[in-house]
Design a protein around this ligand. Sequence first.
Ligand code: 5AD
Ligand code: SF4
Length: 453
Amino acid sequence: MNVYDSARMAEILAPLGYAPGDDPEDADMVILNTCHIREKASDKVYSELGRLRKIKDARAENGHQTVIAVAGCVAQAEGEEMLRRAPYVDIVLGPQTYHRLPEMVARAHRASAAGNRAGGVLETDFPVESKFDHFPPKRSETGVSAFLSIQEGCDKFCTFCVVPYTRGAEFSRPVAQIVAEAESLVAGGVRELTLLGQNVNAYHGLDDGGHEIGLGPLARRLAEIDGLARIRYTTSHPRDVDDDLIAAHGDLDALMPCLHLPVQSGSDRILEAMNRGHDVESYLRTIEKLRAARPDLAFSCDFIVGFPAESDTDFEATLDLIRKVEYAQAYSFKYSSRPGTPAANMALQVPEDVKDERLARLQALLMEQMNVFNETSLGTTFDVLFERLGRHEGQLVGRSPYNQAVHVTAPGYAVGDMASVFVETCKTHSLGGVLIEDGRPVPDPRAEERLSA
Ligand code: 5AD
Ligand code: SF4
């Protein structure tokens, strides 16, 4: 979502004459868009700011001004404290106020012109107006695949998580606004959309008739857009998988057969302490129903090891759950205590070395499952959506329905095309395949060259 937000900030600032750049040493303004989800991400912000301060000072010696802005969830959580600790920062803005950036930049310039060193601009409220209503009507990015935020914030209050405090309450964009943004993206060449939300399947936006609709019906509406080939969404909560969404997975070809459905832990005791609002059995039942609707559905997941009071038995229960589900992909983290969340004050915090050991075992199992999943692709045929040129002549790199990178020698095809591909090779992070035309594999000319050599 920060990628999406950063692109929107760039668009909002374009009318002021700003354009994205690569090098902070040449930049009139630097925006750090920050993440507060775990301590490690958060800590990076101040060390990066120290580096930017040096650049700002060096540029000032040459008569150039540099506006430093800190956006995102660390800005939201730190607020005033950030301006105190790093007084060279000009703007601190939370995730819900970035539509006001032009005004903030003007204020920062005025303060600097007046020589006001304590003139930092702070905007970390949760405004009543929606930033989404203030976006420029056209998206400027190009590419085959794009993100589209449809929902933001969270009311679930898992006891480890900062999101409800930093992103705010759950909010769903109206259907018409989402469809308009999707249509403008598709008109610009986008063929795949990933719908975003911290709790994306809690989506309940208003349609044109003023009725709330969920993610399943929204996906049906988006699937009608001519030229839109693929729809993905992330991140879902197990509690919000409803029958409409399950049915949409059964009915819609455009809805890709993979689902990120974080469970965090496989122990009911820990799930309860996390305030997840579901147990292992209900999670497995949801997976079963989804697989019944769409048998080729692949699952990915997030896990936290070392949540306070997690015992060896709790951890083993997580491994058991993983063995039962068989994931295609997963992200796993050591529990990171976040100030202000209930779990930060819980007794029996787990020692770091125990977390390390559990994470290593968990990741070994998940890696095994990911390899098995990739290997099952060998010898199968699926559609690949090409998204960039490969390193070799005539080679294109695309994505499988399961979001795996696939390298194909495909002369005559272009980025944005879709082709039927037979998978011949499998590495940890990518697959290789040949085109299928008229029901038969088209031999890869490079493979023949290698053989004759
Ligand atoms: N510690 C470790 N991992 C966390 N996540 C969220 N909060 C924490 C935390 N305090 C993980 C969860 C979530 C993912 C986005 O980040 O697994 O699904
Ligand atoms: Fe955080 Fe997700 Fe829980 Fe919401 S549902 S509090 S975003 S982990």
